[in-house]
Design a protein around this ligand. Structure first.
Ligand code: UDP
Length: 320
């Protein structure tokens, strides 16, 4: 297929581009490089620098004729989304409307969208399956859920079939070491542990030690970015095969606590990592784990790279 990866210079997007190329797809990347990196680009994929809030730039690139769009361009900092919802409304919501309009105008049939476990809000049961109520508790999660609804309407009205992939905690780096762009101001646990290990930051602050979990710290479902990438390619195959829209969770179904992650990092790196305990971070549920049964059954997808050791070792290689 001829695929336009929007946000293809970003952390997850660049891994998706690599996987699509390896599976024989023709790929172009559209990215404004606001958080993506030029070193994440692949020479085999044409690169167009542009912003999704620029509908003319999108119309122009879409005229090149694509079978599918993989859309990963978004602002993704949960805390910032609560302080500056305008930025998230314009980038995530308006930007996606521009993409869908450009797709409709140019007859692009399929969309694979990077959604998030943030659409669920506080878990009512675990593991979370796709039928779990969607009640986001932050504006970022709200934008992801609204985009899923927009895609449902564009499916009905314009025939654009979509797969929304609800990522749990994306982590790790390309196992071949081909992708090395680092987040300059990381918000997520593993890059922050890495920065504490290299001395780039003083220490890791562990948000909360009195949760109702075995060691008192929060449990998350960490999924290797190479596994996430493979699911996008599988989603495109699914769309071509079935011509049906769908929503899938992507996780491992296993849980790792913050302390377990820290201890596993110390083991891989071979030294103690400075840390301290801090207040709980508002809005953090104690546990979040995915049921990925639907992705297994319908996409034939299964995590293969997501052991915690592999996630940490592949990340440490890049941080070193
Ligand atoms: N976390 C932490 N210290 C940090 C960053 C994260 O203790 O500096 C914890 C956070 O409270 C959560 C887990 O690590 O329990 C994963 O957080 P992250 O922001 O990576 O992902 P989220 O689960 O919020 O999507």
């Amino acid at each position: 297929m001829k695929v336009l990866v929007i946000g293809g210079a970003g952390y997850i997007g660049s891994h998706v581009v690599k996987n699509l190329l390896a599976c024989g797809h023709e790929v172009a990347v559209f990215d404004d490089l606001s958080s993506g990196h030029e070193i994440n680009l692949f020479s085999q994929a044409e690169f167009v620098r542009g912003d999704i809030t620029d509908s003319e730039a999108l119309a122009k690139v879409m005229q090149k004729g694509f079978d599918a769009v993989v859309h990963l361009a978004a602002k993704k900092a949960v805390g910032e989304s609560m302080e500056n919802p305008q930025k998230y409304a314009i980038n995530n919501l308006c930007g996606t409307i521009n993409i869908l309009n450009a797709m409709a105008d140019n007859g692009v049939k399929y969309m694979v969208f990077s959604s998030s476990a943030a659409v669920y809000g506080i878990p009512q049961y675990l593991p979370i399956d796709e039928k779990h109520p969607t009640l986001p508790i932050n504006f970022y999660g709200f934008t992801k859920l609204e985009i899923e609804k927009l895609m449902t309407w564009y499916d009905q009205l314009k025939g654009i079939k979509f797969v929304a992939l609800r990522y749990f905690n994306a982590a790790g780096y390309d196992e071949d070491g081909d992708i090395r762009g680092l987040d300059s101001a990381p918000q997520n646990l593993l890059p922050i542990i890495m920065e504490a290990a290299t001395g780039k930051r003083e220490c890791l602050k562990i948000f909360g030690q009195d949760y109702d979990t075995p060691d008192g710290t929060c449990i998350r479902d960490y999924i290797h970015v190479n596994d996430l990438a493979g699911a996008h390619t599988a989603a495109l195959d699914y769309l071509q095969r079935t011509n049906e829209s769908a929503v899938f969770n992507l996780g491992t179904e296993a849980g790792t606590s913050v302390l377990q992650m820290l201890e596993a990092c110390e083991k891989v790196i071979g030294r103690k990592i400075p840390h301290l305990f801090a207040e709980r971070r508002p809005g953090d549920p104690a546990r979040l784990t995915a049921s990925a049964q639907a992705a297994k059954a319908k996409l034939g997808w299964e995590p293969k790279h997501s052991s915690i050791e592999n996630i940490i070792a592949s990340t440490w290689r890049v941080y070193q």
